[in-house]
Design a binder for this molecule. Sequence first.
Ligand code: LHQ
Length: 284
Amino acid sequence: MPDVTPEPSAPSAAPESPLRLERAGAVLTLTLDRPAVLNSLTTELLRALFLALDAAAEDRSVRCVVLTGAGRAFCAGQDLADPAISPPDEAARASGAAPKDIGHLLAHFYRPMLLRLRSMPVPVIAAVNGVAAGAGANLALACDLVVAARSASFIQAFSKIGLVPDCGGTWLLPRAVGRARALGLAMLGERLPAVEAERIGLIWRCVDDAELVDEVGALAARLAAMPTRALVETRRALDAAQQTDLAGALDHEQALQRELGFAHDYQEGVAAFMARRAPSFSDR
Ligand code: LHQ
């Protein structure tokens, strides 16, 4: 059984870092930490997030990652005041300054971070403590399980500033809630309360605000004690099945079961069931 006992966390990032890292047993919590601007994303924060995820992927003692926000918001998306993206003002335009290439930001910061997140070798939970807007909403939705506080909300804010959903939104939204709801959310950019997000299947669960931390802590500890490799192959298989027919999905399931059937966790799971004892999973 992996160690999932909470223990005092050691500070692992510089105090001025926009990302806070805390360890409790096998669970790593990453907190977006720019509360004054609703944890909006700068190149520095996106880079820190990528590096923290990458390090967690390499660290075999991490068996679950939780992503959350400091203060009253989860994340308000791209920091619109970041000089990396802000359009030139009138004076700068008059003197010939060209708008910034925001595609560059997507290519070099958002894309690697999101692909890193979606290919984590451990389950990732989003603990959505408050508003999640623009890229912040899709960052949450890219996690494996999304648990939101009742006061939280999701806003596809992109259309309000003349953009399309990014951070994987065009891919994630229709898969989660179907084309009609995806288009409604993305075109109108309205605030979707957490309870509605749960009702339409956009997120796993909505809980009372006061219970978010405990609920997510318990869920993370539970996932950390489960057969990690099987959980991650489940994510991959569900994603892959979106692009194949039934026969293709059956082939993939068969190949995965064959592989997992030779692995420790399956042997252990069955042995524990037969012996009526708790299993001790260790594959990752
Ligand atoms: C912010 C932000 C923010 C900076 C609140 N930036 N300061 C990718 C690549 C390249 C380009 C562009 O985009 C993207 C992807 C995207 O994410 S696009 C979407 C960007 N996000 C938005 O458009 C959301 C903007 N924020 C809002 O609409 C509101 O702040 C929400 C609805 C999230 C929350 O509203 P309130 O609860 O009323 O809070 P507030 O608006 O008063 O914000 C509090 C402070 O946070 C405020 O600063 P201040 O100094 O006045 O207290 C805001 O300016 C700041 N803030 N979002 N994205």
